[in-house]
Each structure stands twice: as C-alpha cells, then as structure tokens.
Design a binder for this molecule. Sequence first.
Ligand code: ZN
Length: 330
Amino acid sequence: MELMTMAMDGFTLVLANASNSAQGKGVSANAIAANIADPIANTQNTVAASFTQVGVGLHSGATVRVTVLPAAEHTGRVFVRTDQADATPIPATASSVVSTQMSTELGNGAVGNGAVGNGAVGNGAVTVRTVEHLLAALVAAGVDNARIEIDGPEVPLLDGSAQLWMEAIAQVGLQAQSAPRSSLTLTTPLWVQREDAFVVAFPAAEPRFTYGIDFPVAAIGKQWHSWCPSTESFSDTVASARTFTLAHHIEQLRQQGLIKGGSLDNALVCDAQTGWLNPPLRFPNEPVRHKLLDLIGDLSLLGGFPQAHVVAYKASHTLHTEFARRWQET
Ligand SMILES: [Zn+2]
C-alpha cells in the first residue's frame, strides 16, 4: 500500500479500517524465523496448511476474508475471487498488473489498459487490489506456490504492514517441494526512470534491495535503507513497517468522499508542522522500510527475488511494476 501521494504520478491516498481479526497472536520474531524457509534457496515451497485473515475492505467498507492454501509445484502465487462464480484465477505476475494507483491491482485479462472497475468486470475477468504486502510476506517467507482465495476485490490492509501475514505463515509453517526455482539473473544493469525517480538493478552475487525517499517534511526528510535477504531477517527489519501518509492529504480526500474508513491503526500519519500523529514508530526510518516492503511485494511479480541489487529512489507502485515488466521483456 502506498498511502503517500507522489505528486509526479498524481497518486491519491487511501486509508482503510484495521483488521478485526487475526491480530495480536503474539508470534515472536524468533518463532517466525524458525518456521519460514530460506527465501533464496534453490527449491520451491508451499504453506504446510491453510490460514485465514479477515479485515475491512478499503473502498467497500465490507469485511473481506482471505484464505491462503497450499498449492502444487510451479503453481506460483495465484488469487482466486471466491465471491464471483465465473471468476478465473489471477496469477500474481507482472503481466497481470492492471492498475498501480494507490496500490498494486492485478487482473486476469479482459480488463484492459489499466481500466479499473469494481473488481468484477464480467466474463470471468476479475481484479484484486492492494496485493503487495501479502505478496511481500509470501516471497520473503519462501512461499513460491499458494492459492489465495479472497471473497472481495481487495486484500485487507490489516495493520498497514506485512507483520500479520508473516505471523500467519509462521503459524502454519512451510511444506518443502522438490521442484527447482527459476533463477532471475541479469547480465547488464536495467532501469526505469520518471523525472528524478527511478528503479535500477545491477547484476549481483546475491539479492539486495535498497530504497531512498526524500520528503519536504521534517519528520520524514531523507531516508535510505538497504535489506539483504541472505543476511538479514525480513521479519525483524522490514515486515512490520507500516504505510504512511501526510495528514493534510487525508483531509483533502475525506472532503472528496474518497476515504470511507481511515484509521490511525493502519497507517502512520504525519502532520507537516507537528510531526507524527500516532507515534511511536516501529523504526526511526519506518517510512523508507515500508517503501522497501512495497518494492519487494511488487517485484515478487517476477516470481521470486531478483539475483541483483535493486535500488529504488522516490519510486512508486507504478515504477516498481514498470520495472518488473521491463525485466520480463529482457
Ligand atoms: Zn505498502
């Protein structure tokens, strides 16, 4: 979820109600680390059992239920809209992206040219949005194959981070599979750029993600953070970073009727003059860590972790997914 408006993309921002279930299960970071797989290992995994999270849908305000189930080797991560009788599955791949406004939205074809409806567009074509935090948790936990059943058009925002997804995965554990993972390697640098924002990848011996942001607000300002899957725990350093936004943007959208249920429980909100409205932060640089979370979720659409050092600066879901498509074309 990308609540911070990036002026260059004309993004708007949205808040959602917090989840009303599956919170506070108290799974420790150590327990999570023990139950998830090596995300850069060579073979595939699925979840050992299914799990469910329930939360409030962003636009409808209705409760949405997501159940993640085991899936066979080479299935990939696939969304299934169980509320639509004729819906065909939506593979979580770069070619499924239909919109990147406010969040990343996937569709299974016949949606066309970024047009976004209410998530049910007929003839079996459906969409699901705000997929990035769940996908980041799955790829970082080493879950290659999963059937993700959802009874609405949008993944719940929960607490605004990937922490509850990581805890749920850790509670059920993983089932190792024998099929090899496909490698995502580069031979030359690859980049996308819009004005001063960019995503670039350099060939590297092991995956690394680095992010930079620069906001004209003292409480945020310039932040950089880097995460290496082979040496640092995703659960400890990235998963719990929450989405963030500026208070005056919230008010603008409320006045436009665009936010039906904003909450200080699912996003950090920053006032340009007085600073954070709902401290404490989970990290001093929680905003840029959340941008890393979004980047990892969006790049999971490639299938796994790129064998590269990916550096993003002032980027967005639009640039993240444009980069993924560019990678696929190479
Ligand atoms: Zn996000």
